[in-house]
Design a protein around this ligand. Structure first.
Ligand code: MD3
Ligand code: FE
Length: 208
């Protein structure tokens, strides 16, 4: 059955409550499994080497990393040297249902926000397939998400992302500036330790 979505901006489809509580708990267990094999770490900003406040890891054949040398996708965890674990089947199913893209995702970036962490306004342009959307899933505390246009100075709007919500960023929104202004502590009971996970599936190399 087709899911109901809200178009927040051209090509940006919002699916509030895509995962119910039981599905969020099952997904969280999968995320914990990924982290057991590929620990969360603090990426560093190119050039300055300043650490991000958000911790990250990945699953899938490729993972997005950032260090003093720059941003890139690579096949191994930067600290353990091990290949990234595979993308959990429940995430692959969401991609098949919602992406409208024939090829599978190659990378799933896992971001972890402790209370008080944020992610500044940025574009995601380290991929070479912009016809594929980015599919994003939130777990845990609600975040204040900001999205603008393809120019940094374009007007922005804010959307609250709650646990179980999914966003598909395709079309013109694929290259929109976006960021997380703050995470609202205590808004979800999913994570015993508090905070928030965001999972983003991406196609990195050209697909069909
Ligand atoms: C719009 N993540 O991983 S999710 C990121 O909540 C990222 O962790 C934020 O920005 C987070 O790059 C925001 C929503 C999101 C993710 C990726 C996008 C929006 C996007 C890529 C292109 C356009
Ligand atoms: Fe992003």
């Amino acid at each position: 059955m087709a899911r109901q979505s809200i178009e927040i901006a051209p090509g940006a489809a919002f699916y509030p409550g895509y995962l119910d509580r039981a599905a969020q708990e099952a997904m969280l267990a999968r995320v914990r499994g990924v982290i057991a094999k590929a620990p969360l770490y603090h990426p560093r900003m190119p050039r300055s080497g300043k650490p991000f406040s958000v911790r990250m890891t990945n699953c899938g054949p490729l993972g997005w990393v950032s260090d003093i040398d720059g941003y890139r996708y690579q096949e191994i965890h930067p600290e353990t040297g091990a290949p990234w674990p595979s993308i959990p089947e429940a995430l692959m199913a969401a991609w098949r249902e919602l992406s409208g893209f024939p090829s599978p995702p190659e990378a799933c970036l896992v971001n972890h926000y402790a209370d008080g962490t944020r992610l500044g306004l940025h574009q995601d342009r380290d991929e070479s397939e912009f016809n594929a959307p980015v599919v994003s899933l939130s777990l845990g505390d609600t975040a204040i998400f900001r999205i603008g246009g393809t120019k940094r100075r374009d007007a922005t709007r804010s959307v609250k992302l709650a646990s179980g919500d999914v966003f598909v960023f395709g079309g013109p929104s694929r290259l929109a500036f976006h960021g997380i202004d703050r995470v609202l502590a205590g808004t979800s009971t999913l994570l015993a330790e508090g905070g928030r996970f965001n999972l983003t599936m991406r196609r990195v190399t050209p697909g069909r």
